[in-house]
Design a protein around this ligand. Structure first.
Ligand code: Z5A
Length: 215
């Protein structure tokens, strides 16, 4: 159990709503870091280890209709605890960059702002169970309807969280934007409505600047 929340410069997270383009952004960051000779671990949440991926299946299954918001929150953190223990900390300790598709900011946006869970509880879980926060967080910000239109038709059935209504995702988007405003040194907000090449260029530019300032 940890007590302090430490920021790590080699931990980079990507955040945003559905269809924001996090997948292509991850690839752009990996290429950039590899070209500079760094070891890169690409990972995701919920998930990132065999056990955490099993928890992800439960969290996203459209058949888990009875899963309550408290259980959802605790399973997100159970997945994250395992991910941090097995993947994130070991990679950072051996000098690698860890680039993660979502991290604790998603729990603030989805579980606190989206579901109305207690902010203090999430802060405590972040401090005691995770103990780490990204040095750099790229928020791919996108209109909710545009994001949903991009992913519509992708899956036969939307997952449990994708099945929420637009007002839920509007609260999530506002939650992310609020966090970015509160922590301008950590967040870079990227307009994800641009063409894919422009989004990738903005992401790469933000990471290049970050590496320059945090060698
Ligand atoms: N969740 C949570 O509630 N609490 C937590 O603590 C955590 C997560 C960690 C699973 O995450 C769910 O878990 C997620 C939040 C919740 N629920 N939702 N909704 P996920 O990251 O696996 O799910 P996701 O965000 O929905 O993934 P996504 O829709 O695939 O988003 P993406 O990775 O950002 O999008 P993409 O795959 O890169 O692109 C989607 C499509 O858009 C694809 O067809 C692309 O070709 C297209 N695209 C991408 N960029 C563009 C541009 N620029 N123009 C046009 N089209 C584009």
């Amino acid at each position: 159990m940890t007590e302090a929340l430490l920021s790590h410069a080699r931990l980079i997270s990507l955040e945003g709503g559905e269809g924001a383009g996090k997948t292509s952004a991850l690839v752009a960051i990996r290429e950039l870091l590899l070209a500079r000779g760094h070891e890169v671990v690409l990972t995701r949440e919920p998930g990132g280890t065999p056990l955490a991926e099993e928890i992800r299946q439960v969290l996203l299954s459209p058949h888990e209709e009875s899963l309550g918001p408290e259980t959802e929150l605790l399973l997100m953190f159970a997945s994250r605890a395992q991910h941090v223990r097995e993947v994130v900390r070991p990679a950072l300790q051996r000098g690698a960059y860890v680039v993660t598709d979502r991290f604790t900011d998603s729990s603030y946006a989805y579980q606190v702002d989206g579901r109305g869970m207690d902010l203090g509880l999430v802060e405590e879980l972040e401090r005691k169970v995770v103990g780490l926060k990204p040095g750099l967080t790229l928020l791919l910000d996108l209109d909710v309807r545009v994001g949903r239109a991009r992913t519509s038709g992708r899956d036969l059935w939307p997952d449990r969280i994708e099945s929420e209504q637009d007002d839920f995702f509007e609260r999530v988007r506002e939650g992310f934007r609020k966090r970015a405003l509160a922590e301008p040194a950590r967040f870079r907000v990227i307009d994800a409505s641009q063409a894919p090449a422009k989004v990738a260029a903005a992401v790469s530019d933000a990471v290049v600047r970050w590496l320059r300032d945090h060698p």
